[in-house]
Design a protein around this ligand. Structure first.
Ligand code: CA2
Length: 164
């Protein structure tokens, strides 16, 4: 069975591509998911991408991922900076976790500089816009492969270049 990666998105990210494109870009969450599904196939992953405006729902989904997924990629949005509940749920998972942001919170208001979620994350990808989701998936592929060294790696489809 292909490993499943949970990709979680927090409050207001359903407005991506619809409002404030000068900050968050023109891609909708559906655009991002389409590209991510294609990238997941090259890694031999299944993606389960979800968005919620509710903290408790995100906590429930993290708990679900704990027993069903090989890793979690999470853009907790504003909950990044406030949610001990999401941090605790992530800490209870024995899974690789990648924190993801479209923008670079450290270049923004000071209240965005603190992340609770970082305490549970293996690493953070921030500031690369919608393309950050694919970067996160590539990083996750390495983490999952490192966690099960005996498992065969998926072919990524990149052609070998002939020597000049
Ligand atoms: O840069 C990111 O991805 C953030 O997680 C986005 C959050 C923000 O609170 C974090 O500090 C950084 C905000 C998400 C709001 O998404 C919107 C998208 C379109 C229009 C309005 C809001």
């Amino acid at each position: 069975m292909k490993p499943k990666i949970m990709v979680l998105n927090g409050p207001n990210l359903n407005l991506l591509g619809v409002r404030q494109p000068h900050i968050y870009g023109h891609d909708t969450l559906a655009d991002i998911e389409r590209r991510l599904q294609a990238r997941a196939r090259t890694h031999g992953f299944v993606i389960d991408m979800r968005q919620s405006n509710h903290e408790g729902e995100l906590v429930t989904w993290i708990q679900e991922a704990r027993t069903t997924c090989a890793g979690i990629i999470i853009n907790p949005a504003a909950y990044t900076h406030t949610s001990v509940a999401i941090l605790d749920a992530l800490l209870a998972c024995d899974l690789p976790i990648i924190e993801l942001h479209l923008t670079n919170p450290h270049k923004r208001e000071e209240f965005r500089h603190r992340s609770f979620v970082t305490l549970a994350a293996k690493g953070v990808i921030a500031g690369f816009g919608a393309g950050g989701y694919e970067l996160a998936l590539d990083a996750m592929a390495k983490l999952v492969a490192d966690a099960s060294p005996g498992a065969p790696r998926a072919k990524t489809g990149t052609k070998k270049r002939r020597a000049p």
